[in-house]
Design a protein around this ligand. Sequence first.
Ligand SMILES: [Zn+2]
Ligand SMILES: [Zn+2]
Length: 435
Amino acid sequence: MMQPVSTTTTGLTCPDCAERLYRVDNGPSWCPACEWNLGNLGEALTAPRGWGWLVRRSHRTAFRLDQEQFTKYSARRPDGPEPSTVGRILLAVSLLLIAVVAATAAYGVVLITHGGLAFVGGAALILVAVVLRPRLGKLPKRGHRLKRTDYPALYSLVDQVAQAAGAHAPDVIAVDFAFNASTWRAGIRQRRVLNLGLPLWLVLEPQQHVALLAHEIGHQVNGDPMRSLLVQPAMRTFGALARYTHVSQRSFDRVMYGSPRAAGRGALLELLIMLAMKLFSSICLLIHAALNALGFRDRQRAEYLADGIAVDIAGSTAMIGLADRLILMPQIANIIGYNAETQRVSQWRALADTLSTSRAEQLPLLRQLTARNTTLWAQHPPAGLRARMAEAWPATEPRVSLTAQESTAINAELRDWFKATHAKILGSRSFRGRN
Ligand SMILES: [Zn+2]
Ligand SMILES: [Zn+2]
């Protein structure tokens, strides 16, 4: 079950530095010493027919941008949010979209007061405006929010981290069943939400918990959730338009090859409308992909910034350990899935530890491979680059340390949630059979 990643030497040497080349499975070989050909994803790049060039190009761009950013910030740690041109463009697009949606709604109201056929048009415009309205972040489900009084040890740790970061403590801490953690602002009152994925929590070491919390709270310090909220119309609207105007192949086939009785002028008109919708939908999708690529790239600096705060608070070792564990997360998730029936939740971390130890020798290669598997639409920089970045910065001792006793207290508070996590993983058949 725990196969090592099958990196093999190819027997060939690097054309640039004459070191041995490596490859994974049938992927293109690369040079671990000088990273020659690391950016080549080869056959692993899958794209819909006709889009290969765009996917290849975007991958090349993502790889190049990752490397440039890495070179820049590993030499000098980013020390605060920086306004960017991309950020301004996204904000301008968002404001424009909000204005257009508001105007659509207003015109809809005017039409409705006219009555008759105009009423139908007005109602349709209002519906469009409602669908495309800007959204405030949502609070997590009530049942998933943790009350401060019921989780004093967890809240106390989060408070310590927030204080060390000079940030407001989160207003709401919630949990879910994802191998992830996130933070955002929710509702009219813009409450600060910290959401912890329990499977992730369960496979981290205590001090890595501090690093995870410090990274998330670091986003609040930098104002990232507010920025995300402001540019959200640009990031979302065109995707929604593309989705609502999408014409399925089935609908096409129905009109093209449907019953002969339905043929004739009606069918031709329907076909033309469908073609127009398909064109509109494709254009919206392209704009959506472009705006999201810009938006996510703009956020990558914020991720390094939050990692910097995690290094300050949890110490370099914990942040590097967290990033390295993130590299292995897909394999950790699989192992937990495979062993869910026989292993208790309390054993999950040991499973993750064993895997990490067995991969220790390959770690430099695995870190490099995360850089190869980058995309323009990744929300975080490649985990391997995050680990190397934290290593490149001056080594820092932890300012908040989690004692074994505190860690046990937190885990005791979360016990029922851990049971629910176990049940959830047991129930998800999708974990089986994957490798
Ligand atoms: Zn080389
Ligand atoms: Zn982050």
